[in-house]
Design a protein around this ligand. Structure first.
Ligand code: HEC
Length: 214
């Protein structure tokens, strides 16, 4: 007797579970299992005459955040003149990014120090400009942005490969390269100067240490 009562209780429990599962499952079905097309799949659409479920962009629409207006960020100009300013603050991160992008995209021709003697030039490409010529040292930052964006003479345009923000980061790094050639000890903050002097003395004292000599 007691055994059969236990049996019924067990069946009841199972039924309850099944009922709960179907209620919860129904919920999920409504939320997630609506008919939809896998993006760029071969699924056909009956709605459109060409049966393509992925639709071309509607003409003259611009995705959010992709509006390329005539602003400084995209043109390098302010009121039609090459800009003397950057469209965003030049932080240490921006310079790091610029250094990385420069070494990938520019150094092969312009060299890591910007003298214009990169490996491709050493192998026969037309000489690339040196950023350390007076004319380029005094050129506004917007000019460099323009050269990267549109190319210059025998140099190709890089607007397809390098996003506008990265082009500006590269320009910032080119400026840093230019400063590095012309900076004097007075340009280094006092506290850093002490460190530099100490490093230089240490290197002098142990000439083999830094160079991996014999
Ligand atoms: C494939 C080789 C090559 C690469 C890569 C290259 N350049 Fe150049 N660049 C040149 C050559 C060659 C010139 C000289 C063009 C001329 O005078 O006809 C030049 C000229 C320049 C000039 C000087 C323009 C002037 O007014 O004289 C700047 C600035 C410059 N490049 C920046 C860059 C930057 C920044 C990059 C990286 C985004 C880059 N270049 C990548 C080959 C290259």
């Amino acid at each position: 007797m007691s055994r059969s009562r236990g049996h019924f209780a067990w069946i009841g429990g199972v039924l309850l579970l099944v009922a709960a599962a179907s209620v919860l499952g129904g919920c999920r079905q409504k939320m997630a299992d609506q008919p939809y097309y896998q993006p760029l799949s071969k699924q056909k659409s009956e709605i459109f005459a060409d049966n393509r479920s992925s639709r071309p962009l509607v003409e003259h629409t611009v995705a959010r955040g992709h509006l390329r207006d005539g602003s400084l960020l995209y043109t390098g100009r302010v009121n039609g003149q090459f800009a003397e300013v950057f469209p965003f603050p030049v932080t240490r991160e921006v310079l790091r990014r610029g250094q990385e992008r420069y070494n990938i995209f520019c150094a092969p021709c312009h060299g890591q120090t910007g003298l214009g003697n990169g490996m491709i030039v050493q192998r026969g490409h037309a000489p690339a400009a040196s950023y350390h010529d007076d004319r380029l040292v005094t050129a506004p930052v917007g000019y460099f942005f323009d050269v990267i964006t549109n190319g210059f003479g025998r140099m190709y345009a890089y607007n397809a490969q390098i996003a506008p923000e990265d082009r500006w980061a590269i320009v910032a790094y080119v400026r840093a390269l230019q400063y590095s050639r012309r900076a004097t000890l007075e340009d280094v903050p006092e506290a850093e100067r002490v460190k530099l002097t100490a490093q230089a003395q240490a290197a002098d004292a142990a000439p083999g240490a830094a160079g991996g000599g014999h």
